[in-house]
Design a protein. Structure first.
Length: 332
C-alpha cells in the first residue's frame, strides 16, 4: 500500500500565508496531509515566526483536501481544554473526516508566557491526561446533545456543551516520548504521536501503546500511530549541514529542552551544537536513498502516518524532489 506521508508546517519558521501556500504545494506533490506546529515563540530568534495554529489550520483546510491537525497543542496552560475542544470541534465541522487533534504536555518555551508556575514533568503529564478527559467529555456530550461538567485536580468545567460539533468527534492523539505515557495513551485516546529517532527508542513506545490499548479491549492495529520526522536535505551534504546548524540546531541538542523559557536561551545553547550531534537524531544528507531508507524504517516499525519537516528554507525544491523521487518508493 502507498504510505501516508504528510507535510509538517513549521509555523515557528514561516509566515502564515507562506505556510498555507507550502501546505497546498505539498499536496500537489503527493503529500497526504498536514501537521502544523503550535508555538507561541520560535525555538531560536532566527526562525522568526509563531502564528496561531488554529487560524492557519483553517486556512490550510480551504487550500487542501487531506488530513490536518496540530502537532501538538497544549490544553493545559495557555488555553483551557474547553477552548481547545471548541477549536477542534469547529475545525472538525468545517472539514468533516479530515481533522485530528494532537495534544502534548507542553514546553516552557510556549506555556510559561502566561505566568503560571511551571511544574515537573509528571505533573505536566497528569494535567494533559485530565485535559483529555475534559475534551472527551465535551465531544461525547455535545454529540449526544447534553451538557457536561468536570471537577478535577487541575481543571473545572461548569455545565455546558459545544454548540458547534461535527457528527463524528476528531481523533485525539497524545504525544508520547516515553513508554509510560505511551501505555497510558493506548488506554485513553485514539492514537499517539512521537518524534522520529532510533529504533531502540521508538519500538518500545509502539509496544507499550499496544499493551495499553489491549488492556481496555481495543485493537492497537486500528489506532493511529504518527511520527513527525525532522530531516535536512539539500543539493549537497555541506548545504544540508549548514541548514541544520542554522535553522534547526535544536535537532542536535542532546539534553532535555522542556524547561527552557526563551528563544534567546535556546540561541545560546545552539552555539554548542556541532555537526556530529545530529548523528542518530536527524538525517542530514543530500542522498535521497539515505532519506528514503530512514523514512521506510519508521514505516516498518509500525507507524501509520509520517509528517516530514525539511529544516532548510528550500521548501519548494524539497517538496518537488521528495514528491517525485522519494514518496513513490515508500510502502506502508
Amino acid at each position: 500500500m502507498p504510505a501516508q506521508i504528510g507535510y509538517a508546517a513549521m509555523l515557528e519558521r514561516f509566515p502564515p500565508a507562506e505556510a498555507v501556500a507550502l501546505a497546498a504545494l505539498a499536496e500537489s506533490h503527493g503529500f497526504t496531509g498536514v501537521m502544523a506546529t503550535d508555538h507561541f515563540q520560535p525555538w531560536v530568534p532566527a526562525q522568526g515566526e509563531s502564528s496561531f495554529v488554529w487560524s492557519v489550520l483553517a486556512a490550510i483546510g480551504e487550500r487542501t483536501t487531506g488530513d490536518l491537525g496540530p502537532g501538538v497543542t497544549t490544553p493545559t496552560f495557555r488555553m483551557h481544554p474547553a477552548v481547545v475542544a471548541q477549536a477542534s470541534a469547529t475545525l472538525g465541522a468545517l472539514y468533516p473526516g479530515r481533522h485530528w487533534l494532537g495534544i502534548g504536555s507542553g514546553e516552557a518555551l510556549n506555556e510559561h508566557v502566561v505566568g503560571q508556575y511551571w511544574p515537573e514533568a509528571h505533573e505536566r503529564i497528569n494535567r494533559m491526561f485530565e485535559a483529555v478527559d475534559v475534551i472527551r467529555k465535551l465531544f461525547a456530550g455535545s454529540i449526544a446533545g447534553r451538557d457536561v461538567r468536570h471537577a478535577g485536580p487541575y481543571f473545572r468545567l461548569e455545565s455546558t456543551r459545544l454548540w458547534t460539533m461535527p457528527a463524528v468527534a476528531p481523533d485525539i492523539l497524545v504525544a508520547a516520548s516515553g513508554p509510560v505515557t505511551a501505555r497510558r495513551a493506548g488506554r485513553s485516546v485514539d492514537g499517539f504521536i512521537t518524534l522520529g529517532g532510533p529504533t531502540d527508542r521508538l519500538a518500545p513506545l509502539i509496544l507499550r501503546f499496544a499493551e495499553g490499548a489491549r488492556e481496555v479491549g481495543r485493537d492497537p492495529a486500528a489506532m493511529p500511530k504518527v511520527v513527525q520526522l525532522h530531516l535536512s536535505w539539500a543539493a549537497t551534504d555541506e548545504e544540508a549541514m549548514r541548514n541544520a546548524l542554522r535553522e534547526w540546531p535544536n535537532g542536535g541538542m542532546r539534553f532535555p529542552r522542556s524547561d527552557i523559557r526563551s528563544p534567546y536561551e535556546f540561541d545560546q545553547l545552539a552555539r554548542t551544537v556541532r555537526p556530529e550531534d545530529f548523528a542518530g537524531r536527524m538525517v542530514v544528507s543530500a542522498d535521497l536513498d539515505v532519506h528514503r531508507a530512514d523514512i521506510q524504517r519508521h514505516l516498518d516499525l509500525g507507524f501509520d502516518r509520517i509528517y516530514l519537516h525539511n529544516v532548510g528554507r528550500n521548501q519548494a525544491e524539497f517538496l518537488d524532489v521528495f514528491g517525485r523521487d522519494v514518496l513513490p518508493g515508500l510502502r506502508a
